[in-house]
Each structure stands twice: as C-alpha cells, then as structure tokens.
Design a protein around this ligand. Sequence first.
Ligand code: ADP
Length: 522
Amino acid sequence: MTRLNAKDGLVLTVPVVTGHQDFTGDTMTLISLALQRADLVRTQNFIAGQWRDAGLSASYNVSDPATGEQFARVPDSTAADAHDATDAAQNAFEPWRFTPARERAAILKRWHALIVEHSEDLARLMSREQGKPMPESRAEVLYGAAYVEWFAEEAVRTYGDIIPEQVRGRKMMVVLEPVGVVAVITPWNFPLAMIARKLAPALAAGCTVVAKPAEDTPLTALALVRLAENAGVPAGVLNIVTSSRAAAPALVNDWIIDPRVRKVSFTGSTEVGKLLARGSADTLKKLSLELGGNAPFVVFDDADVDAAVEGLVISKFRNSGQTCVCPNRVYVQDAIHDVFSEKLAARMKTMRVGPATRDESQIGPLINERAVEKVERHVKDAVSKGAALLLGGTRVRNDVANGPFYFAPTLLANATADMMLFGEETFGPVVPLFRFATEAEGVRAANDTQFGLASYFYARDVGRISRVAELLQAGIVGINVGAVSTEVAPFGGVKESGYGREGSRRGIEEYMQTKYVCLGSS
Ligand code: ADP
C-alpha cells in the first residue's frame, strides 16, 4: 500500500476502500496498479501541448465497473475548454498540413511503436476503467495500434490525378488536401481502438484534432495522447478534453457550431449521431458517423452447426456483448434450430463471469447501472411477450463477480419481432433465438431493421452464400466467421448505422477534400 498525494496528477493506483468515496481530500490509501510508466495516467486535458485542468477547475469521478469504486478524477470541461482546444488546433493546422507526409508518417510510426511497447500498461488502464477481461484489453491495444501503423503507411500515398490534356496548353490536376480541424467523439466500449482509428487517419492526412473520449473511459484515451506527445506530435496538433455526461452536450456543441471545425468523426448511438448531423448542417461539416448496429446472425440449415455456435460465442460475448458489431438477433432455420440451441446452451454454461483482475474471466461487468438496467428491461420484456428463458436472465453477484454490474450469459428462445430486443441493441450478454423457415424469410428478417452495420451468416451451399451476401443490407458481412474487424478492411454501416468508413485504403480520404487545379497556358 502507498499513500499518494491525490493532487499530483499521478493517480496510477486504486483505493483499497470499498464503496463510493470523494477524492477531494489531499491523501488517500491506494494499492498499486503496477504500471511501468506512472506518467501514463493523466488526469488533465491536453491543449496546445500542455496538460491542464479545466478552466473552471471542475472535475468528475472515474469508476471501476468491476466494483463501482471511484478511483480517479478528470476534468469536467466546458464549452470554453472546447473552444481553447479548437484555437490550438486551428493555430497548428497550417504548419502540420505543410509538414511533409513522410515526416508525419515517421511521427505516427514512433507513436505506434510506443503503443506496442506500453501495451500492457494501456491494457491494465483499460480493464480498470472499462471492465473487459485482460486478454481482450491486450488484443484491443494491438488492434488500435494497427490502425496507427496502417495510416502511417497511408500518409505517403494520398495520390491525386493528372488529367490528360483536354485543351492545348491547359494543365488539369486533382489534389487531395486535409479538411482542417477535426472533432473526434468516441464511446466507452473500445476506449483505445475507437479513438485510435480516428486520430491516426486524421493526423496522417494533415488534419489537426480536438477530441472528447467517453465520460466512462477517459484514462485510456489520455494515455494514448501522452504517447503521441512522446512520439513528437507537435503542440496543438492533437488536443483532448474530458467531461462528464451532463457536460458533454454543451462541450461538443461548441465544436459543432464552430465554422473552423470542418469535420466531425463520431462513434456512438444513432440518437446522438443524428443530433450531431443536424447541428453540423449549419456549417456543412464533413461527417463520419459510426452508429448503432442491431446485427443479425443467421444460421441456415446447411451450416456447420458447431462452427456457427463457436462463431456466435466469439462475436456475441466479446466485451460482454457491448459492441456495435455483436449479433443482437440470432435467426436459426427450423431443421437445425433445436440442435443449435442445445449446443449453444452447453457452450454458454462454460463461460466464466468475473473481473479483469482474474485470468479466467471471459465476461466482465457491464459498464454502468444504466447499461445493466437496459439489459434487464429487454429480458423482462421478452419473457413477458412469450420468450423462453433457457439460461441466465439475472445479475450475477458472488465471491468472484463481486460488484453491481455483472450479468449472466443469457439465452432466450421463441424471440419475436414485437420484443424490445428485436428493435434496439441490448448491449449485453443476451442471445435471443428467432426461428425461420425459408432462405428468403431468413434474409427478410435479417434486413427488417433500420440499422445496417455488421451482419453474419453461416451456410455451406455456394449458391446460397453468394445470394445472401448480396442481399444483406449491411456495411459488413461475415460469412462463416464471427470476428471480421481489421485495419485493412473498411468498417462502417449503411441505413441508420451511419456513413463513412474507417480503416482500409479508403479511410484516409474521410479526412481529405478534393481540389481541382486548372492551369492555363498564359
Ligand atoms: P452510449 O449510449 O453508448 O454512451 P452515446 O452516443 O450516448 O453512446 O455516447 C457516445 C459519445 O457521445 C460519448 O463520448 C458521449 O459523451 C457523447 N455524447 C453523449 N450525448 C451527447 C450529446 N447530446 N451531444 C454530444 N455528445 C454526446
């Protein structure tokens, strides 16, 4: 145990005390989180190359979802702080834009190397504030780092065109330019990867950034920015401010109404995405919106049932079911429905619920009380409308999973389209099984949603595979596979899952605009 000054900004530890505690006092009793680099725990905003408190010095608590304990305080920023960040980003834009692409790439490569070098620290921080099991946090750090490496490589390949001469003596060129200052707003479910895959292409393109991480998980994002600072990202190029949920709308709105901010890249709920799109209309900003998913997972009667069960488990239970690409509705064709359901139930019974501090944990706590209440609401509603509860259905609390936000892996059969979990993402470890008879019916049911991010199906007939892949209304289709995200492929949705693509060779263009230059002969 150590006694540290809570005001020294190096809160790399968690309190031993249980229950909620106010950290306004000078000292507190702590146990070490054993980070190799204590300075990766930042509890201030980063603006114009300086770590500083919010202008009004307000702050809010960050909690450990495994226990509900509050273990750090970060700035509760206002519109004025957001504005300072935009001033810094605007001032830094011209020099960064005209920094040769190769130099920007070199900085991003150093950043990538530092993220990999400190991946264990980043993973611990992430598991502490987000709750996911350590193997998942480690994988996420490397996944996020891969975007930084990818866009370091893409920075030097933003080619334009030379148009063949149409009129004698007239030269026509097309060049890609960075859009300017970009506002980045991210969710809590992937505290590192979601922000990395926006910051990296923005910086690679020559844009400068103002960013706000989710209120529940600011520390991982702040650590990532610390490493960017260490990598040599110049002052003002990357600015980050934190705020509580209550303060977020006013803070973000300052960016939305500011004509200097030329692009918004947002990952989060469809509801907030639409608000940002409406707000951005007045200044006609470029937008990337990665929103809700409500993914279907369809198992046809020619599928390899064991592979489908395993694919579903991988896809569904990552991050305790709190991902925008995880299956929300599982459709199983009549002939294999019962065998699939039995095998899935047997597999789900083996899943261990527990905190990230235990190696064997596979399902961590949900992020907060609001999240657990939503899952409870969905299960209750489904059962009241005729769903059969085959497994789980309640919170878990025991010696291992000793906190308020654990929820049991839950299997429901006889799910129908009038249930809440059909229309909304449950965002928890709940699998509802829907039955269908024909291929056409399965496809129709899968598409019966206003969302269209990821979709999955299992089948072996090659004709069926090609028909269904073409008909599914989604930005991402996984066939006989449950995990598809990678930096080399485009990630994004159709319909009300938003627009814009992250990753792949197309990802950098989201941060660029096209300029046509026509040079006359005189
Ligand atoms: P979730 O419900 O999963 O938390 P949200 O869309 O509410 O998803 O949150 C995603 C991000 O949007 C977070 O950084 C959050 O602080 C921010 N946010 C939430 N509400 C608003 C709002 N009204 N205006 C701007 N940003 C918001």
